[in-house]
Design a protein around this ligand. Structure first.
Ligand SMILES: NC(=O)c1ccc[n+]([C@@H]2O[C@H](COP(=O)([O-])OP(=O)(O)OC[C@H]3O[C@@H](n4cnc5c(N)ncnc54)[C@H](O)[C@@H]3O)[C@@H](O)[C@H]2O)c1
Length: 352
């Protein structure tokens, strides 16, 4: 069974991840690529061996009889492209964040349910070795009851392509909360089995839009001095979940901290975990003594994101990174933006 593949967007993540990820998987045929920049679409088609290239995704979806696509465009286009593709019976692997907000995300889930096709969100951190280990550790009950988690992704100076689409709210939906937040907030929710959020409180800050020291080039994304930066550069928040668990979070593209880091901390009744700086520490008790265990993270995660999506399509299985979970994630993110605007806690559902 050959699966005909198309990619929408030929920028950083398409070239760096999706095309590399699908190329070489037996039974996947690189059929077509689309980018609104024709030069780029043509260049990537030639370099990677796609048979055709397009500048309009609707034309590509119409003409190419594709089995599945990747969506690697600015966030504002995720929903329209996904809904169009799913309604045409095409499976979709969509980059994070799923969409601009929870309403759009739910429309994508509805389109998936209508079509019976697969929709997987590229929450790629779930496919890392540490996340694979911690998810199993949690599922085995080795943390006991998890009652609080902390997570964050903080940058000293690192606004992606300042003045480009990432910093333009109409194109991106927001700043580091929606960009980086989806990754590590997703991880802690995933470890806990995605309980429903009942309330959130948060604040966002925009303190670096005029800062000349901000180093955007680190993300090799062209900035634009004339462009817009109307998103936050830092967000903090506190979330209550239906099972009584709480989350404390902080995400930033720029802030006066010691160094860049992403992290999560898990507090459970039988044990805890800290992931920071690429290192994992488990805290538990053995022989009435507190012990710290350092799992060796020198193995390759057993599940590859791209091979997994192909297996889901071929075997009609549910993807690990489910869009229904991404809707919950977006409800939290929407709630933090709203809470910041109103200076009030936002109730997402009545507590149990
Ligand atoms: N999973 C991750 O770790 C990760 C990392 C980076 C980016 N991303 C996500 O990937 C997506 C793309 O980000 P990127 O860094 O590749 O951005 P990018 O700007 O490098 O690439 C986006 C591409 O989309 C093209 N495009 C814009 N409008 C289009 C349209 N109407 N039709 C077709 N193509 C169009 C642009 O010309 C550009 O080449 C975003 O949703 C982003 O959040 C995820």
């Amino acid at each position: 069974m050959t699966l005909r593949y198309g990619c929408v967007g030929a920028g950083g993540i398409a070239k760096g991840k999706h095309i590399k990820g699908y190329k070489g998987i037996p039974g996947v045929e690189l059929v077509a690529i689309c980018d609104s920049q024709e030069r780029l679409a043509k260049e990537v088609a030639e370099a990677e061996g796609f048979k055709n290239y397009y500048t309009d995704y609707r034309e590509m979806l119409e003409k190419e009889n594709l089995d599945f696509i990747s969506i690697c465009t600015p966030n504002v286009l995720h929903r329209p492209i996904a809904v169009k593709a799913l309604d045409k019976g095409i499976h979709v692997h969509c980059e994070k964040p799923i969409a601009m907000n929870a309403t759009e995300a739910q429309q994508m889930v509805d389109a998936k349910n209508r079509s019976g096709k697969k929709l997987m969100i590229a929450l790629n951190n779930r496919f890392t070795n540490h996340a694979w280990f911690i998810k199993r550790y949690a599922d085995e009950g080795l943390f006991g009851d998890i009652y609080h988690v902390r997570c964050g992704w903080k940058r000293l100076r690192g606004i992606p392509g300042k003045g480009g689409w990432f910093t333009n709210k109409a194109m991106s939906g927001g700043g580091p909360l929606i960009d980086l937040g989806v990754h590590f907030l997703d991880l802690v929710m995933y470890f806990m089995g995605y309980p429903n959020p009942i309330s959130v409180t948060g604040a966002t800050y925009s303190k670096f839009s005029d800062n000349k020291c901000v180093n955007s080039s680190a993300w090799s994304m062209a900035g634009d001095d004339e462009g817009i930066m109307d998103v936050e550069d830092m967000a903090v928040g506190f979330v209550r979940l239906e099972n009584g668990t709480t989350i404390d979070l902080e995400f930033s593209w720029a802030s006066n901290i010691e160094h860049n880091e992403n992290f999560y901390e898990i507090r459970g009744t039988k044990g805890g975990a800290i992931y920071r700086g690429g290192e994992l520490t488990i805290i538990t008790e053995q022989i009435s003594t507190v012990v710290k265990i350092k799992p060796k993270l020198d193995f390759k995660a057993p599940i590859n994101e791209f091979e997994h999506f192909i297996a889901c399509i071929k075997n009609n299985e549910e993807p690990i990174a489910k869009p229904e979970e991404a809707v919950k994630l977006m409800k939290i993110i929407d709630g933090i933006y709203q809470s910041s605007k109103t200076n009030k806690e936002v109730i997402l559902q009545e507590g149990k």
